[in-house]
Design a protein around this ligand. Sequence first.
Ligand code: FES
Length: 76
Amino acid sequence: MTRMVRHDAKGPAIIKVGDKMIGVCQCGLSKSKPFCDGSHKQAHDEKAGLVYIYDAEGKRITLDDLFPTPKEAFEA
Ligand code: FES
């Protein structure tokens, strides 16, 4: 089963548990959820207006790479 989930955050939520600070993944890329493992660094250069798709190995493409839109459709 595959599920697409939208994540916009590029870093963790930091919460205090007792006397420890813990990073909780908000980017969706951590391999040790719910904890941040630093994988969010892959998202730092994402550009506004694009939708990124990451595979299990961390490789990414954009939705436009999958379904290119002919320029003519927006130039009329
Ligand atoms: S916020 Fe997701 S890995 Fe850090």
